[in-house]
Design a protein around this ligand. Structure first.
Ligand code: BGC
Length: 910
């Protein structure tokens, strides 16, 4: 994963804007598709989907281009694919503009095989492209019966030697653990994953990773070594909840193909040996103790004398499903050089890494055997310069390294992670230097796919800390925080940040898995839980937390066009909504635990629950409609109407235009969800406006629920300037306030608190505003019926003193970008629309402008109040105004319909 600074982002916006349109041109037709994906992944190993879905991105030199048809070939041998033969599947020419979510429909796929595929397309003129470069996917083990080994455990290290008479021509390792594993073959670590496998509800589902281990084996003696750590499997959090194991366990299978055709399968079983190793203790929360004197050199190589080792113990393991891990793994994604080193007390050294993040420290040290160096992690410092660990609660968050006493020793832990900015080092022999320590950034290695940049540097700073907070809280589940003894998949936090995350990172595979995690915790009665996996909080979930299930599924559909998600979860979603219904006999869902959590002005919890109940039912109705389940669609639409009626009867005071107690969150949610009766919309909105501007001097008073909708709502009702004022506020409470106090990731609460209370310094939830940066300021939106960016609405908000803003999003259909500039009398707009998509581009006029001229490139496309046809890709234009603005004077706009391509619009006027 590459991290870029604001300048880098700005450059990438500029570069993408200039590079994307000039896709290589071929005289015979369009160039072949690129960015081939299978189940959202690039050349995945070990998928266990029988009809995997393919996706590709198109390029074309002409504007307004579309895919009229495609052809996919799938083969078991690269040679046949190279001869344009798809013996496994030849889709033939399919008339369709689907370039994503295309399901495999060939011969049944077999476990353990590699398949090669490529695709070509025909453009709207019927010209065929060349074929894409080949891509591949590997099928894992499709059924539980194919796992021949047993779950085994032992004392930390496990090993097995095998002799191979022939050279290995193909080898795949399938590995999972209850806890964490590190697989080593002939002395080398296999792959770059750390903290693997992903944390799931192990009783229901464990995930295995597939590695291509062909090059790891040699003819003759080979050694397999596995280190096991407890991870989430052995961590005691809540004694009342199941799913805590006494010790970690391994399940492994390696399929080998030898020269000459012989097949061999190696599995974990009682023939493995076990011994204690150098990891004395390990815990996700409390860190690792590593005694290098206990290392057993050569233990993972052939020829090691393991006669003193005992027999591995066969364990019960889990009866849950063993599924392929089809999402990015956790990896070390970056390295941090300390910005300073201080010595606040004799023998106490404090490193400042300059950034709050998740991961660990890599230590270099020379010294006598037995010397113990302790690293303790913190997010804050006391004024004395000593580390302040009050934000990490009961997590011990410390690693201890005990030296073996020979030369320079380098240590980094394996089975723990910390959330921190500062590292305190004690027990170091001599004095450490800046070079004695590096920070290692560790999180689920999602690709960054979005960038946002604006002329106001504060927005760029907020964007930067949102990204840091978001990515470092992806640890196979979306966590609430990364430092204290929590780090849970709190569903409320997950749902408010999901859109922001999807705009900044490629989250498709990640949330596909998380939705399965949610299904794993669903009870027979339809209930789901506050945290997923369920370790904290309650069953049933607070409705504002449980809504993560329908909402994330819905965002997956909007952002990635993922209809299969809706199909896969329809029954689960329906069961969930039916559970809510059973708790809302009078159509008001009242139960609530947290409501608008961390609010400055509290909104009644029952109000928040009732609003989400309405939304959940409405979404279910929409999903039913998309899936063609029309009677359900109708029934839930009717129920939604009844809820709306009850909601207004219960919470709206028609005399005052106030909902519940009239907080920003109360007014916002009703408006945002379209709950407000038409005639009340004006008063309700004006109450919100007055509350923000007059009562609170343009500050938010919401918690993390309300703030997700506040800025988008203000924008929608004609107050983008007020939304912008809130976003760029610098006094308490605001994002700018956090930055002014030195925050490098967003805080859990609006207040600055550094004592022993609720005050994590890295909580991504208030970063939901990041979605508004993309959608409102840069103006990149998915059209209501254009899921997966098939139809795009570009509608930037040109606000206050902002002179430019722009964003780029690598969508499933290709790059979408919009960058605008504004100077008096002139607005420019650079827009990229991917091939096979179309866009509505809404260019605002300045309030005072009457006559405007719009050009695209060097051609006039709008003059004298009329569209000027004849520019390639620009299909039509009309004037528009913000229809939903019922308070602020509506803004006049010029609206263009365009096909794919890159456009440079310029609007000038008087
Ligand atoms: C978490 C929150 C979470 C909340 C539930 C806290 O401990 O850190 O972010 O949503 O509990 O109220």
């Amino acid at each position: 994963m590459v991290r870029t600074n604001a300048l880098g982002l700005m450059l990438s916006v500029v570069l993408l804007a200039t590079i994307t349109p000039s896709v290589a041109f071929s005289v015979d037709g369009p160039t072949g598709p690129t960015k081939l994906r299978c189940e959202y992944l690039v050349n995945p190993l070990g998928i266990d989907v029988r009809q995997p879905r393919f996706a590709w991105v198109l390029g074309h030199t002409e504007r307004g281009q579309k895919q009229a048809a495609y052809q996919i070939l799938v083969a078991t041998r690269l040679e046949s694919l190279n001869q344009d033969k798809g013996e496994q599947w030849d889709s033939s020419k399919i008339s369709s503009d689907d370039s994503t979510q295309v399901a495999y429909a060939g011969k049944p796929l077999e476990s353990g095989r590699t398949y090669y595929w490529k695709v070509r397309y025909w453009d709207k003129a019927g010209k065929a492209s060349s074929y894409s470069q080949p891509a591949q996917f590997d099928v894992g083990l499709l059924s539980r019966e194919e796992w021949k080994g047993q779950w085994i455990g032992g004392d930390g290290l496990l090993r097995k030697e095998i002799n191979l008479a022939e050279k290995v021509v193909r080898a795949r390792a399938y590995v999972t653990a209850l806890g964490y594993y590190e697989l080593r073959i002939n002395g080398e670590k296999v792959g770059n994953n750390v903290l693997d496998p992903a944390w799931t509800t192990y009783e229901k589902r464990v995930l295995y990773t597939t590695y291509d281990v062909t090059p790891c084996f040699q003819r003759g003696a080979n050694a397999l070594g596995v280190m096991l750590g407890g991870g989430w499997a052995t961590l005691h959090i809540n004694a009342e909840l199941p799913g805590v194991y006494k010790s970690p366990a391994l399940l492994l299978q390696i399929s080998l193909e030898l020269e000459g055709g012989k097949q061999l399968t190696l599995v974990s079983d009682a023939s493995w040996k076990t011994s204690r190793g150098p990891v004395v203790s390990d815990s996700v929360y409390h860190g690792e103790v590593y005694d290098a004197r206990l290392e057993l050199p050569g233990w993972d190589r052939p020829g090691f004398d393991a006669s003193a080792w005992s027999t591995a113990k066969v364990r019960e393991g889990t009866k849950g499903a063993v599924s392929a891990q089809m999402m990015p793994p956790i990896q070390v994604v970056d390295s941090m050089v300390p910005v300073s080193l201080s010595n606040p007390q004799p023998g106490v050294y404090v490193y400042d890494l300059g950034q709050n993040f998740s991961g660990w420290a890599k230590l270099r040290v020379n010294g006598p055997a037995g010397a113990a160096v302790q690293m303790r992690f913190s997010e804050l410092l006391y004024p004395s310069g000593m580390i302040n660990r009050e934000t990490i609660r009961d997590a011990k968050s410390r690693d201890i390294y005990i030296l073996r006493g020979s030369g320079t020793e380098v240590y980094e832990p394996r089975f723990t992670y910390h959330g921190f900015r500062y590292v305190e080092v004690t027990g170091y022999p001599g004095a450490p230097s800046l070079d004695s320590l590096r920070g290692k950034v560790v999180n689920t290695a999602v690709e960054p796919t979005g960038s946002f940049v604006a002329s106001n540097p504060l927005l760029n700073q907020i964007q930067k800390i949102i990204r840091w907070g978001q990515s470092t809280n992806l640890h196979s589940v979306p966590t609430d925080c990364d430092q204290r003894n929590e780090r849970q998949g709190w569903m409320g936090d997950a749902q408010v940040t999901a859109e922001e995350a999807m705009l900044n990172f490629d989250m498709a595979a990640f949330y596909t898995n998380f939705l399965r995690d949610i299904r794993d915790v669903q009870g027979e009665d339809g209930t789901i839980t506050d945290t997923v996996p369920h370790k904290y909080g309650s069953r049933p979930a607070d409705p504002a937390w449980g809504t993560a299930y329908p909402l994330i599924a819905w965002y997956m559909y909007q952002q990635y066009g993922d209809r299969r998600i809706l199909e896969e979860h329809y029954e689960g979603l329906k069961k969930y909504v039916e559970f809510l219904r059973s708790r809302a006999p009078d159509n008001i869902l009242r139960y609530s635990y947290y409501g608008d959590w961390v609010a400055i002005e509290q909104t009644p919890g029952e109000y928040v629950s009732a609003a989400y109940y309405y939304w959940d039912v409405q979404l279910l109705s929409k999903v039913a409609e998309i899936l063609g389940k029309s009677s359900d669609a109708q029934a839930y639409a009717q129920l939604a109407e009844q809820i709306k009626e009850a909601f207004n009867r219960t919470f709206l005071n028609p005399a005052t235009g106030l909902y519940a107690n009239g907080t920003q969150t109360a007014q916002t949610m009703a408006l945002y969800l379209g709950l407000v009766p038409k005639e009340q919309a004006g008063p309700v909105a004006s109450n919100l406006y007055k509350d923000i501007v007059y009562k609170h001097d343009t500050h938010v008073t919401t918690g993390f629920i309300g703030v997700k909708y506040l800025l988008p709502l203000l924008t929608r009702i004609g107050y983008p300037d007020i939304a912008y004022d809130l976003a760029t506020q610098t006094t308490y409470p605001s994002w700018g306030f956090m930055i002014a106090q030195g925050a490098t990731t967003l805080w859990e609460i609006w207040q600055q608190k550094v004592g022993p209370s609720m005050n994590s310094q890295n909580h991504p939830m208030l970063g939901s505003v990041g979605a508004w940066f993309y959608q409102a300021l840069a103006g990149i939106n998915v059209d209501a019926d254009g899921a997966g960016y098939r139809r795009i609405v570009i509608q930037p908000q040109i606000v206050r003193d902002l002179t430019s803003a722009g964003a780029t999003v690598e969508t499933v259909r290709g790059i979408v970008s919009c960058t605008w500039t504004h100077t008096a009398g002139k607005i420019t707009l650079d827009v990229t629309v991917p091939v096979n998509s179309e866009a509505k581009i809404v260019i605002p006029k300045e309030q005072e402008m009457t006559e405007v001229v719009v050009s695209e490139g060097d051609r006039v496309v709008w003059e004298n109040g009329r569209f000027v046809p004849g520019t390639e890709g620009v299909l039509g234009a009309r004037t528009g105004s913000d229809q939903t603005a019922f308070l602020a004077p509506s803004r006049e706009t010029v609206v263009f319909d365009v096909g794919s391509g890159h456009y440079s619009f310029k609007l000038t006027g008087q």
